[in-house]
Design a binder for this molecule. Structure first.
Ligand code: ZN
Length: 239
């Protein structure tokens, strides 16, 4: 059972629970803690909070697109997206926290008010994929749960709902396959049949462990809790 098999209301609920999870981690950080590093190289917590805020604003643009039919992309360019995050990182701690709260509330309002008939409207993601606007529930879910861990103050993949872990793993493996990555890589989640990322290639490296640890590794967030047989330490790139 994956995230996409759930009714829309439940998918939105999981996104909101992820937002609450992120908000809780953020609330536990002092203003000076915001200057600290994240799990993402080159990004301070300031960058990360700004990014999560601007991500919600970008998803609001997709919901506007679906509601009005007027094309409004998430970001006008990758450069604009990067510049916005760099500038956002210089905001005062209070302004950063406010940016997060405000954009969360706006996204929630857009989700609540989108007419039922508009949820299948096609929009384009920042990666260039065309998806129904209902996909924003998954896009936001991924962002808030994973970036809550990236804040680096106690959030763990083991805190995620299983359905989120399952769908993350599916997403990551699909992305690797689409890019011809992961040759020889076997993922062995405890209690399940091992999965060859590229079934056509001879097995070379095997990464095994509990679901949360394997997903964490696959998402590029470290080797804690996984066993690695072979030479591979870093997973193939995902996003
Ligand atoms: Zn992100």
């Amino acid at each position: 059972m994956g995230f996409h098999d759930l009714p829309l209301a439940e998918r939105l609920l999981i996104a909101r629970r992820g937002t609450a999870f992120f908000a809780q981690r953020l609330a536990e950080l002092s203003d000076t803690d915001l200057d600290g590093e994240t799990l993402l190289s080159g990004w301070s917590r300031r960058h990360l909070v700004a990014h999560v805020g601007y991500n919600a604003a970008a998803l609001c643009r997709l919901l506007d697109w679906a509601a009005t039919g007027v094309e409004t992309p998430m970001y006008s360019s990758a450069e604009q997206r990067g510049r916005e995050i760099d500038e956002g990182a210089t905001l005062s701690p209070a302004a950063l926290r406010n940016l997060f709260d405000h954009t969360v509330a706006r996204l929630d309002e857009k989700w609540r008010n989108l007419p039922a008939s508009a949820w299948d409207a096609q929009v384009r993601t920042a990666q260039g994929r065309t998806v129904p606007v209902s996909e924003t529930a998954w896009m936001r879910t991924r962002e808030v749960w994973i970036h809550a861990v990236d804040l680096g103050n106690g959030g763990r993949f083991g805190d995620f709902p299983d359905v989120v872990l399952e769908s993350l793993l599916t997403d990551i493996v699909e992305m690797w396959r689409r890019r011809d990555l992961g040759t020889g890589l076997i993922l062995a989640v405890d209690g399940r049949e091992p999965v060859a990322v590229r079934p056509d290639s001879p097995p070379a490296d095997k990464v095994s462990g509990p679901l949360a640890a394997v997903v964490r590794w696959a998402a590029g967030r470290g080797t804690v809790g996984v066993g690695i047989e072979g030479y591979l330490q870093e997973p193939p790139r995902w996003l």
